[in-house]
Ligand binder design. Structure first.
Ligand code: GRG
Length: 315
């Protein structure tokens, strides 16, 4: 009897801890998202700035919702290294601007040809293809101007930040992933190609977000390296979960066209491994991500909670 009571009370404590962690994360997300949204609104010219079409278009895509995962990771990484979310905001805005540009271009008819993004018509559906291309270009360019406002601490200079982001976004980074994705269409899928495409398309910007946040806080080289390992594993877990959602959820829930990758014969984790193995893989990469944060102690708690939370997401 005594043993049963002890076990029940242990379970209660565990559940209480889980509930506490969830409500701490919810409060952190609310606070940090507010900071990020406010900074993003002032990071780009007002909608009426001439030529107004391009500024309306870039604000439309940048300020149209989204989870803001990359800026949140950037802010959380800064805090994990003893800095503040606020000091990471220029870098946080810059990574979200790169992300927004990549989505606009990815949705174009010459790429994935999508009509729906974040529950709204895609940029080229709203403004036409020419303006959508230019809105992406403008966001990509402006991201580096915004990043220039960052004041990294200790070991790092502004130029280290610029190089980090340029490498992640460039022809050996995101763009390499997109090229591999385009060239894989219609070919026999292979496991190395699957991992390469997603590690580049999804993982590299997540890793850069974390590393930039750490650099803004003057994190040590070891901390930056640990966050890079965290980002690599998290990127894979996030993409696998994204593929699972794409295969199992409705467009209304996702805010983007569902089941499109599989229909287009694109290489996805569920198509390659099946849904069950894909779920196990997402869990495995999440555990690996969390394990790489060991050296951060309590300061790594937000990143740990974020990783666990992303595995449960429904959009
Ligand atoms: C430069 C055209 C071009 C492409 C580079 C990043 C990329 C490659 C393409 C973007 C489209 C895509 C499917 C990327 C994979 C990563 C991913 C799952 C993006 C969606 O990110 P979320 O879920 O989106 O964070 P929200 O809307 O929440 O910001």
């Amino acid at each position: 009897m005594k043993r049963k009571v002890a076990a029940a009370s242990r379970r209660l404590t565990k559940n209480d801890k889980r509930r506490d962690a969830a409500s701490t994360l919810t409060a952190w997300l609310k606070r940090t998202r507010t900071l990020v949204e406010k900074s993003l609104r002032t990071a780009v010219p007002a909608a009426a700035t001439k030529p107004a079409t391009i500024h309306r278009a870039l604000r439309y895509s940048l300020l149209s919702g989204g989870k803001r995962l990359r800026p949140l990771l950037c802010c959380a990484a800064s805090e994990a290294c003893g800095g503040t979310a606020r000091s990471a905001l220029p870098a946080a805005c810059a990574v979200e601007m790169i992300h927004a540009y990549s989505l606009i271009h990815d949705d174009l008819p010459c790429m994935d040809n999508d009509d729906l993004r974040r529950g709204k018509p895609t940029s080229h559906k709203m403004f036409g293809e020419g303006i959508a291309v230019l809105a992406g270009d403008a966001l990509l360019t402006a991201a580096f101007a915004v990043l220039a406002a960052a004041q990294p601490r200790a070991l790092y200079h502004g130029s280290d930040l610029v190089i980090e982001l340029a490498r992640a976004a460039g022809s050996r980074g995101l763009i390499a992933g997109q090229v591999a994705d385009l060239e894989a269409e219609g070919l026999q899928p292979s496991e190395p190609a699957l991992y390469f495409i997603h590690a580049a398309k999804t993982g590299l910007l997540l890793r850069a977000s974390l590393k930039l946040g750490a650099m803004c806080a003057g994190g040590t080289k070891a901390q930056v390296a640990a966050l890079d390992r965290f980002g690599f594993a998290l990127g894979l877990a996030f993409q696998i979960q994204d593929d699972i959602l794409d295969a199992t959820q409705s467009a209304q829930k996702l805010g983007k066209t569902a089941g499109k990758d599989a229909a287009a014969g694109k290489i996805t984790f569920p198509a390659f491994f099946g849904l069950e193995k894909s779920s196990a893989l997402a869990e495995g990469w999440t555990s690996e991500a969390i394990a790489s944060l060991q050296s951060f102690g309590p300061r790594g708690e937000t990143l740990r909670a974020l990783a666990a939370d992303l595995l449960q997401r429904e959009r």
